[in-house]
Design a protein around this ligand. Sequence first.
Ligand SMILES: CC(C)(COP(=O)(O)OP(=O)(O)OC[C@H]1O[C@@H](n2cnc3c(N)ncnc32)[C@H](O)[C@@H]1OP(=O)(O)O)[C@@H](O)C(=O)NCCC(=O)NCCS
Length: 161
Amino acid sequence: MKITLRIPKQTDYDTIASWITDEKPFSRWAGPSLPFLFVAENLPELLAVEGCSNYCLSDIDNNCVGFGQFWPGKQGAVHIGRIIISPEARGKGAGRLLCEKLVEKARQSTGGSTVTLRVYRDNHAARSLYSSLGFFVIESESIDDLLFMSTTANRSRKSGA
Ligand SMILES: CC(C)(COP(=O)(O)OP(=O)(O)OC[C@H]1O[C@@H](n2cnc3c(N)ncnc32)[C@H](O)[C@@H]1OP(=O)(O)O)[C@@H](O)C(=O)NCCC(=O)NCCS
C-alpha cells in the first residue's frame, strides 16, 4: 500500500468521525473527557491538545485511512496519541506504517528522542503493535486500566534490543 502522512482536512475529520459509532471505542480512542455525541466539524477542536500536530494517513487515492497526533510530553519527550486506522484498513499493516511515520515525524519536529504514549491494558492489538515498535511499559507511570509506554531512538523495531 502506497501511503503517506498529510495534514488532515475537514473532510478527513468527517471520515474519521464515521469510523467510531459506539461510545466505548470512542472514549478509548479519544479519551474519557471528550463527549461521544459530537458534530464531526467540531472534531479538530475537540481533539486539540496544547502544542499538538495532527496527521492523517493517506492512501494512494488520497483517502484518509488513519489518524494520529503528537504533542509535547514529559521531560522533553514527545507524546503520541489518538492513533486510529479505518475499520476496513485494519490488519493490513497500515497501523504499523502510521506509527512508524508518526514517530519519525514527532522526533523530527520536536527534536525529542523519547516517544511516549498511553494505551488501555486490554487493547491487545494496540499493545502488540506498540511493543513490536520498541515501546515498553513503565508501570510507575501507569494506572489501573491505562498503561504508559515509552521508547527511545536507539531501540530497534521488532527485536526490542
Ligand atoms: C490498533 C490499530 C491502530 C492497529 O492497526 P492495524 O492497521 O490493524 O495494525 P497492523 O495491521 O499494522 O498490525 C500491526 C501489529 O498490530 C498488532 N495487531 C493488529 N491487529 C491485531 C489483532 N487483531 N490482534 C492482536 N494484535 C494485532 C500485531 O502486533 C500486528 O503486527 P503483525 O502484523 O506483525 O502481527 C487498530 O486496530 C485501530 O485503529 N484500533 C482502534 C483504535 C485504537 O484502539 N487505537 C489505539 C489507541 S492507544
